[in-house]
Structures are given as C-alpha cells and as structure tokens.
Design a protein around this ligand. Structure first.
Ligand SMILES: [Zn+2]
Length: 42
C-alpha cells in the first residue's frame, strides 16, 4: 500500500457511463466523455 507506481494507478471510472478506463486515458473509451476526476481545468 506504500508503493504507488506513478504510471500505474487505478483505472478511471467514467462519470458518464461508469465504464472502466485505463489510468492514462483522457477520454472514456466507451462514450468518449472527458475523464475529469481531478479539477485541473476550470
Ligand atoms: Zn463513458
């Protein structure tokens, strides 16, 4: 639990369709919705 690889994190869950996307995905592979888990853009 202490180790946290920078490139391999948890899969992102699409807020739109609940599909699981790879952590590197910026857009949902299913519905192409933007995966904005963190509030980076405003
Ligand atoms: Zn989706």
């Amino acid at each position: 639990m202490c180790f946290r690889p920078p490139s391999a994190s948890k899969p992102k869950k699409c807020p739109n369709c609940d599909a699981l996307n790879p952590p590197i995905a910026k857009n949902c592979v299913k519905c192409k919705s933007a995966l904005t888990e963190e509030k980076k853009e405003k």
